[in-house]
Design a protein around this ligand. Structure first.
Ligand SMILES: [Zn+2]
Ligand SMILES: [Zn+2]
Length: 271
């Protein structure tokens, strides 16, 4: 029995805080090369892009703070020029079967605008890329060549990576547990001479589902801007490693999804 399994067995009530998660374990691969023998439809980070043929590639029309410095001043009422989004992750449902998804879809594409945004609706303390989720059917996708983003921050352009999905059950940070359970898990860890957060709890890394970390700020509940429901962690984007991104202060970006309707706009948090 692992220490985590022993912990869950020893602390009554803890089991209902377990959430299914998928660690992605991205690794650099030459998947962007046309001659690559790998499965072109597998889950991955970054390009190459695939999109339903006939559907326009999504663009961001926000004003980007870093662009305001380098472009000639525009009249305030002039619309910002659109910037093409870039593929961040493509996830087949079978690699994360625990994720909620609209009926009839079997694939999630996460796109983002590779620029900073300080005025995303409903995000008060956020400064980073704008994220969109697109649930699709793999059978509808075809190789696509989206236009390059008109402007981008290099730290938000992922290096193409394959993934090795690993399913697990994730435990929350101590702050998310009721006080008596938080005490019980700490006491259990102390008896083993280890730390709950460090050794037993939440899994780190690129992750779908499960629990987010709150290592930088205290716990900040994330509610849906559309319907008010408490949102659930959908994706952690980690800085460094083979995808070679840097989010926040070389931290991690959490994307939250609405449990009532996954097509409601995402919640975002940087740690
Ligand atoms: Zn943008
Ligand atoms: Zn909602």
């Amino acid at each position: 029995m692992t220490d985590t399994a022993a912990l869950v067995a020893a602390v009554p009530g803890l089991a209902r805080h377990l959430r299914p998660a998928t660690l992605l374990h991205p690794y650099a691969d030459p998947g962007g090369d046309p001659g690559d023998p790998g499965d072109p439809w597998a889950s991955r980070i970054g390009g190459p892009a695939q999109w339903p043929s006939g559907e326009p590639w999504p663009h961001c029309t926000a004003r980007h703070p870093e662009e305001e410095d380098v472009l000639p001043r525009r009249a305030p009422e002039a619309p910002a020029a659109a910037t093409a989004l870039v593929p961040l992750a493509r996830i087949r449902a079978e690699d994360a079967p625990h994720l909620p998804r609209p009926h009839g879809t079997d694939l999630l594409q996460v796109l983002w605008c590779p620029n900073d945004h300080d005025d995303i609706q409903g995000e008060r303390y956020y400064y980073g890329p704008a994220v969109e989720l697109h649930w699709q059917r793999a059978a509808d996708l075809a190789p696509a060549t989206p236009p390059p983003p008109r402007h981008s921050a290099p730290e938000y352009l992922p290096r193409p990576c394959a993934v090795r999905p690993e399913q697990l059950l994730d435990l929350p940070d101590r702050d998310e547990l009721p006080a008596e359970l938080a005490r019980a898990v700490e006491e259990f860890a102390e008896r083993l001479g280890i730390g709950y957060q460090r050794d037993l709890g939440r899994a780190d890394g690129w992750k779908l589902g499960g629990w987010p970390s709150w290592h930088l700020t205290d716990l900040v509940p994330v509610d849906c801007g559309r319907c008010g429901a408490r949102m659930a962690h959908l994706l952690t984007v980690e800085s460094g490693g083979d995808p070679d991104l840097s989010v926040g202060r070389h931290g991690e970006l959490h994307v939250f999804a609405c449990p009532v309707d996954v097509t409601h706009p995402v919640g975002l948090d940087l740690q």
